[in-house]
Write a protein that binds this ligand. Structure first.
Ligand SMILES: NC(=O)c1ccc[n+]([C@@H]2O[C@H](COP(=O)([O-])OP(=O)(O)OC[C@H]3O[C@@H](n4cnc5c(N)ncnc54)[C@H](OP(=O)(O)O)[C@@H]3O)[C@@H](O)[C@H]2O)c1
Length: 342
């Protein structure tokens, strides 16, 4: 796939790494084996962030490419903006934060350039022009190749594209935000708008962080999962987002379609996202080898058209009966920071 209007090519799925290097995810050895499987399969698109596992995700990826020399085989994306320290400027989208954040990411990733550098979420205390001018400088310095935004509402993405246009800066060439059958709000405005402006769209959590694998029993989430202790430690933001009767009913109906056509539910969920007009590459997660194998198996074939027609009808019914909240209001990376008085 083309990365939006740029000439760079990315695989039509991207591997996410937020679970590398933390107690709920996987260790470095497993992460490297997962990356081996992904790259050997043909995935050339890797997504991380400076805040993932307090920087461990970037460090693990840096060590991986140092060891095998495959750095130039991939388009490597990372992000700034989330909190990475205790100081008042250890977060945000200010020039002050960005110039330090990029150096820290380059150091951990052991590379001389970041191929796609996302603003992880919007910062309502910094003008988008300040952010764009800082990113423009980084492109000119060769420290980043392209810039993108993440979790931006449509109005702000429009504003950012407009400011880049009238101020003649490099613009956001990609947007990354949550999008799956159970969280379809991105499809209302952000994706059509990105498509109209040829901005690449990278939906994250295509499997609804595991809900759309069908592995969670109705009575409660599997404990050894993103919905278990990890979510408890983060205030239950995933459970708040996905764990309700309407969503569980929808998963049950999708499971029936998967069984009827002898398809893995993961394939149906991933394909629903990939097939959505305007989508470039969904960003999936895996923390074990059997999980990446399951993803590769799901991705390696297409589901029959009849099965996808049933999936689309269930997804449309769900979307029609739920408030299309975007960005999700469940806190975590999306929620507003409680403002600190300096
Ligand atoms: N920009 C942002 O704010 C933002 C936010 C979130 C994520 N992201 C990016 O998107 C990536 C993916 O997010 P995500 O993890 O929510 O994506 P996802 O693909 O929807 O969910 C991944 C989870 O599904 C389960 N899973 C995957 N393969 C499986 C298999 N074969 N069998 C059974 N279960 C399987 C695992 O859950 P368990 O771990 O429970 O076993 C895995 O952690 C992240 O790593 C990150 O790079 C970005």
């Amino acid at each position: 796939m083309k990365l939006g209007r740029t000439g760079a090519k990315v695989s039509n799925i991207c591997i996410g790494t937020d679970n590398y290097g933390n107690e709920f995810g996987c260790d470095e050895k497993t992460a490297h084996s997962i990356l081996d499987r992904a790259l050997d399969y043909g995935i050339n698109f890797v997504d991380t962030a400076d805040s993932y596992s307090d920087g461990n995700s970037e460090t693990i990826i840096g060590n991986y490419f140092k060891k095998n020399g495959r750095r130039d085989d991939v388009v490597l994306a990372t992000k700034f903006r989330s909190r990475v320290g205790a100081g008042v400027n250890d977060l945000g989208a200010s020039r002050y934060h960005i110039v330090r954040a990029v150096e820290a990411s380059l150091r951990r990733l052991q590379t001389d350039r970041i191929d796609l550098y996302y603003c992880h979420s919007w910062d309502d205390e910094t003008s988008v022009e300040e952010t764009l001018r800082a990113l423009d400088d980084l492109v000119r310095q060769g420290k980043i190749v392209y810039a993108g935004c993440s979790n931006f509402p449509a109005w702000l993405m429009t504003k950012a594209l407009w400011v880049a246009d009238v101020r003649n800066t490099y613009r956001f060439e990609a947007v990354q935000s949550v999008f799956n059958i159970l969280q379809p709000g991105l499809g209302m405005e952000v994706i059509p708008q990105a498509q109209a402006h040829n901005v690449a769209v990278m939906p994250y959590s295509p499997l609804a962080s595991g809900m759309l694998t069908g592995k969670h029993p109705r009575s409660g989430p599997v404990q050894d999962s993103k919905f278990g202790a990890r979510d408890d430690a983060r205030g239950g933001s995933l459970k708040n987002r996905y764990w309700n009767d309407q969503k569980l009913d929808t998963v049950d109906r999708l499971k029936q379609v998967a069984d009827k056509y002898g398809q893995p539910l993961i394939r149906l969920a991933l394909q629903w996202v990939s097939d959505f007009p305007g989508v470039t590459a969904p960003i999936f997660g895996s923390r074990r080898l059997d999980q990446i194998d399951g993803i590769i198996h799901a991705h390696s074939e297409s589901a029959p058209a009849e099965a996808m027609a049933e999936v689309m009808s269930i997804a449309e019914e769900f979307a029609a009966s739920t408030p299309m909240v975007y960005p999700p209001q469940s806190g975590g990376a999306f929620g507003r920071e409680i403002k600190q008085r300096a």
